[in-house]
Design a protein around this ligand. Structure first.
Ligand code: KIV
Length: 271
């Protein structure tokens, strides 16, 4: 008899069924084993090992420097902590835009070396060949439209995207292209709520928003932002559910004080 606990796992099909039932999908990012274990036990539907690891784990200003090896390290750690949620991994900058063969090689490395369930990449028409090639190997792909942090140097700012008609039309067209190619879902980042509503009603696959208002099929936040570990980043869309930065500092200050005043360890905390 298998010793594995029978847990109903979240698959891409489950996310599609949730959209059909009008049940909202809750996603968060994670980059390490311990955090992934906690949020999986809390029954998060899907975990994104985002290239935001470049910012919140490695301290870079942008998502551009993180490497495929770095992403594989983070993703393998997350997968070891998860028994239920769908785990999706970002293909980092420079690993899929060059050509579709390189994109497939990068996606295969992620699937083989991490045990994750799907990959995500940024862009529409420009990367459609890469999307199709990855899908042809049986690897589920999630798209990402709107604000695309890997293109920060093209746009120069992180302001809300697709407020103008031509950019909004391109976004809707790209969403259709990604759906037709076979993506199982699309993240839309920092776009007007009315546009996000139009996209999620026209498109059959789940649309997951971040800064895209309530009329989408699910929401995603970066865990360091929603827990209040990061303090400098405060866009309007971000709801902080905790002030972990303050809590951690308080605990560390109490520890320092106990060590300095010989209050730690006490007689029950020694052998
Ligand atoms: O890298 C990331 O964390 C993301 C989310 C913001 C969607 O792409």
């Amino acid at each position: 008899m298998s010793l594995h606990k029978q847990v109903r796992k979240v698959t891409t099909h489950v996310l599609n069924e949730m959209k059909l039932r009008g049940e909202k999908i809750a996603m968060l990012t994670a980059y390490d084993y311990s955090t992934a274990r906690i949020i999986d036990q809390a029954k998060i539907d899907a975990i994104l090992v985002g290239d935001s690891a470049s910012n919140v784990m490695a301290g870079y200003d942008t998502t551009l420097p993180i490497t495929l090896n770095d992403m594989i390290y983070h993703a393998a750690s997350v997968v070891r902590g998860v028994s239920r949620a769908l785990v999706i991994v970002d293909l980092p900058f420079g690993t899929y835009q060059g050509n579709s063969k390189e994109a497939l090689t990068s996606a295969i490395r992620i699937m083989k070396e991490t045990g994750a369930h799907a990959v995500k990449l940024e862009g529409g028409e420009e990367v459609i060949e890469s999307v199709e090639r990855i899908l042809s190997a049986g690897i589920p792909v999630m798209g990402h439209l709107g604000l695309m942090p890997q293109s920060i140097h093209k746009f120069g700012t992180y302001v809300v995207r697709a407020t103008k008609d031509d950019e909004a039309k391109k976004l809707v067209k790209d969403a259709h292209l990604l759906q037709e190619a076979g993506c199982f879902g699309i993240v839309v980042e920092k776009i007007p709520a009315t546009l996000a509503k139009k996209v999620s009603s026209e498109i059959k696959i789940p649309i997951i928003g971040i800064g895209a208002g309530p009329h989408v099929d699910g929401q995603i936040l970066v865990i360091h932002d929603m827990l209040g570990i990061t303090q400098e980043f405060s866009p309007r869309f971000l709801r902080r559910y905790h002030n972990l930065n303050k809590e951690i500092k308080g605990a560390v200050k109490a520890y320092i004080s106990d060590v300095r005043n010989l209050e730690f360890p006490n007689e029950n905390e020694q052998y």
